[in-house]
Structure formats: C-alpha cells, structure tokens
Design a protein around this ligand. Structure first.
Ligand code: GDP
Ligand code: MG
Length: 468
C-alpha cells in the first residue's frame, strides 16, 4: 500500500503540468490502495470527493510542494473520518462503571477484556471481570485463566462436559416448547450470570465492572437477542465493539448490526500486530459513530495501546509511524545534533541510559523533549494531556530509581540482567518498593519496543524529510 501511494505521489511530482487529470490519476491510485487496506468503498469515494474540493489546483500549479499538499489533504481527511466528533464515555476511577464488550467470536473480546482490566488496574483501579459467554465451552476457563494471571477478580460459571450436554438438551427442550423446563435445571443463562456478576462486584466496590459476552450463536438473531438482554440486565455505561483489524470490508455491516441492538459507544481494533492495516476501523467508526479507543497489538496482556489517530493514519497510508516525528526532528533539533540522534535512532538499541537522557530532555522540554513527546508511546501513555504534573512526578520517580543502577545495568540491552536481587537492591537504594522498580522496567520495555521499530531507519542525506 505504502509503495503504491508513494508511487502515485511520486508520479505526480514528476509531472510538469498539474491539471485535473493528474490529480484524478493520483486519487485513483490512492483509492485502489485504500481499498486494499480494507477501507469501505463508500468511505473512499466520499474522501475522494472531499479531497477534490479541498485541493486547490491553482495552488498546485503555482509550484508549491505538490506532493506535500495532496499528502496532507489525504492525511487530514482520513484523520477526520476517524473522529466521530464526540469522545466516548470515559469511566472514572473510584466511581462504578459497567463496560460491556461485544463482537463476533474470535474478534478478541475475552483477550481484550483482560487487557482493558489490566491496563486500568496498573493505574490503581479496582476492575473485575464477568464472563457472560456461556455459549462457547471453555470461554469461562479462558477468562478465568487470564484474570488469575493478572490477579483480577472474576465471576462466571464453567460448563463442564456434563453441563455442556445438558445445554444441548436445553436447546432441544426449547425447540420442542419446553423451554422453561429446560431452564429450571440449567445454570448457564448468560443474562442471569451477567446480572449476578455485576451485582456482586458493585457490592465489592469495584470501579470498573467488565462484562465479556459470547460471540456467536447458531443463528445471528439469537446472538443479538442475547446481547440485548445482557445489556438490559447489566445496564452498561459503555458498550465496546471489538473488531479484528483484518476483517476487511465486512467491518461496516458487522459494526452496524451490533449498533442496532446495543448502544455501542467505542471501538477497539485487535490484531494490529499482524499485517492488517486496519482500514476496517474507519468503517466501524462510520457505522457506530463512536471513536476507536484502544488497539490490540499482540496476544499478551500488555500488548495494548491507547489509540492515537495520527500514527494510525500514517500506517494506513503506509507512511510509517514516523513521518510526523521526523518532520518534527527536522524542525526543532539543531542541525549539528541531528546526525547523532539519527544514528541512535537507526541503531535501535534502547538502553536504560538512553531512557534516562530522554527523561532529562522531557523535563527540560528542550528541543528533544518536544520531539519525544510526539512519539506515539510517549505522548499518549507516558504523558497524557491534562496530566502533566503526574507525568513529571512519574518521570522523576523513574529517574531516582535509575540513579541507583550500575553503569552495566544502564548500558545493557539484555533484559535478563535485571534479576530479582538487582531489582531489590535498586528498590532499597532508591527508597522505593520492588513493584515501583518493576513498573519502571515495564515502561522501559514498552519504550524499547517502540524504539525498536525505528531500527534500520533510512535518513535521507541533506535532511529532506519530505522524501520519507
Ligand atoms: P473472542 O472469541 O472474541 O473472545 O476472542 P478471543 O479473546 O478468545 O481471541 C481470539 C484469538 O485472537 C486468541 O487466540 C487471541 O490470543 C487472539 N488475539 C486477541 N487479540 C489479539 C491481538 O491483539 N493480537 C494477536 N496477535 N492476537 C490476538
Ligand atoms: Mg471470548
């Protein structure tokens, strides 16, 4: 995708006369590329129309940087398409919120529920998980396993082999008109379990009660009826639609089908660690009029990122997450310091010492601080807007702990080096808890991963970042 868009833009900049035909050719090329990235046809067409309105042919003809103008217009248009105009309901720490997850089977609901709970738990919330999926045998065990690993309270009932058989019997009884008889001996009613779980965790003063639901039924209608009933019984403050980043053109209809039944208020796109560019997210936003709030980037608990529009669109367009970042470097880092920085970036070795230096820059908010605060992982996670004070305190706390580390530790890229006794020593040395040190090391791992993506980055000579 990136290749073809770059090619389209390249052709454009080579053309000496910019007329409507060239612009059309360019847009057609980009249209094809976006369709390949699973963006819905209608959305692509709308974008095409808008771009034509925005891009002023006279500006292009006047010899401004044509490529830049068109690229910027497309970029902005896609960003706008991902912004439904109003933020989703945001749970508040210390106040009880009920969040229900919906989506097709295999979309990643159960995994994402736990990630969502874990993410908040790390920030001091008291989350709890309720398994209202009684459809798939093993669903409860999966949730239980995840929850136990993260030490998050959970509620639900497993269906053993015997009960599974009973469930089939119940389906049979329902079919022949003895539904209630079937129900009386069955304890796998998802609506009842969901309501019980929510009730229980309300009593236990949990502030984030997460309801995982089942994803598929023999008939779609039955699934949607179940979702409606679970929603009615649990009265969620927020319903999150979970979609697989690679589902393609089906995303719009799927999201819309759920939206019709329950009041979807946010979207999470999973499996963004694979090849998927996630164009389906645009469809889901359009269908639900709700924003994307997180991305799933792997099977593990902490492979979960706050959604950030710009890097997502960069990826969609194949521009790489770093184009905006590179522009910024070019703008604010003094010319003579650029080669050294580029060298570090392209090596991809991210040591604790580099993290330390970056923190120093951030606290000073010198040019590097400004640049770093644009990095996806830094901006949204480490320094969320409106929490600058807390972020600063956190960064300082991390630095105090790093002050208790040896040079060997600071300069190592081997995570195994940080064993238990070293962690304890660092905690003691800095007057902190072991868990604080662990948190700091987690932060390091997260940033190192982001940094790792920059490895092998090719920096054009002469600093022409627009060629990236
Ligand atoms: P559910 O049926 O909607 O509850 O989906 P699950 O949570 O059981 O996930 C289905 C599969 O997708 C599991 O194998 C998960 O490990 C996997 N999965 C979920 N989220 C992600 C992700 O962000 N990245 C990757 N690579 N796999 C994921
Ligand atoms: Mg599940």
């Amino acid at each position: 995708l990136g290749g073809s868009i770059s090619r389209a833009l390249q052709q454009m900049s080579n053309a000496t006369i910019i007329d409507e035909k060239v612009l059309n050719d360019c847009l057609n090329e980009i249209t094809r590329a976006l369709l390949q990235a699973d963006v819905q046809f209608k959305l692509v067409r709308d974008m095409q129309t808008n771009i034509k309105k925005i891009v002023n042919l006279d500006d292009l003809a006047a010899g401004h940087n044509k490529r830049r103008i068109i690229q910027q217009a497309i970029f902005n248009e896609l960003c706008k398409m991902l912004d439904p105009g109003k933020p989703s309901f945001t749970p508040k720490k210390g106040k009880t919120s009920i969040v229900m997850f919906v989506g097709l089977q295999g979309s990643g609901k159960t995994t994402t529920c736990t990630k969502y709970a874990y993410y908040h738990q790390k920030k001091g919330w008291k989350p709890a998980l309720v398994c209202a999926d009684t459809f798939r045998a093993g669903a409860f065990d999966q949730l239980k396993q995840n929850a136990t690993k993260a030490k998050i309270p959970f509620y639900g009932r497993g269906i053993g082999k015997l009960l599974g058989a009973c469930k089939n019997a119940r389906a049979l009884l329902l079919e022949i008109g003895y539904g209630n008889a079937g129900k009386s001996y069955m304890e796998s009613d998802p609506v009842k379990i969901a309501a019980e779980g929510v009730e229980r965790f309300k009593k236990e003063n949990c502030d984030l009660i997460i309801v995982d639901t089942s994803g598929r039924h023999k008939q779609e209608a039955a699934l949607f009826e179940e979702m409606r009933q679970v929603s009615e019984a649990t009265k969620p403050d927020l319903v999150i639609f979970v979609m697989d980043g690679s589902i393609g053109q089906a995303a719009f209809d799927q999201a819309q089908a759920f939206k019709k039944i329950v009041s979807v208020g946010a979207v999470i796109v999973t499996k963004m660690d694979g090849h998927a560019k996630g164009g389906g997210a645009l469809s889901a936003v359009a269908a639900t009029k709700s924003p994307v709030i997180f991305l799933g980037t792997g099977e593990h608990m902490d492979e979960f990122e706050v959604f950030d529009v710009k890097p997502f669109v960069s990826r969609l367009l194949g521009m790489g997450d770093w184009s905006g970042f590179m522009d910024k470097i070019h703008e604010v880092v003094p010319m003579d310091q650029q080669p050294e920085l580029m060298q570090k970036l392209s090596e991809g070795h991210f040591t604790l010492r580099i993290m330390y230096e970056q923190f120093q820059n951030i606290l000073k908010m010198g040019p590097m601080g400004q640049v770093l605060s644009m990095l996806p992982g830094f901006s949204a996670e480490l320094m969320p807007k409106g929490h600058e004070k807390e972020s600063q305190a956190k960064v300082k706390r991390y630095m105090t702990m790093m002050d208790s580390m040896t040079n060997e530790e600071l300069d190592s890229t081997n995570p195994k080096l940080m064993n238990e006794s070293r962690i304890m020593r660092i905690a003691r040395g800095s007057g902190r808890q072991v868990r604080d040190v662990m948190e700091m090391l987690e932060e390091y791992k997260r940033l190192a991963k982001i940094w790792g993506k920059m490895k092998g980055l090719k920096i054009p000579k002469g600093g022409d970042m627009s060629a990236l």
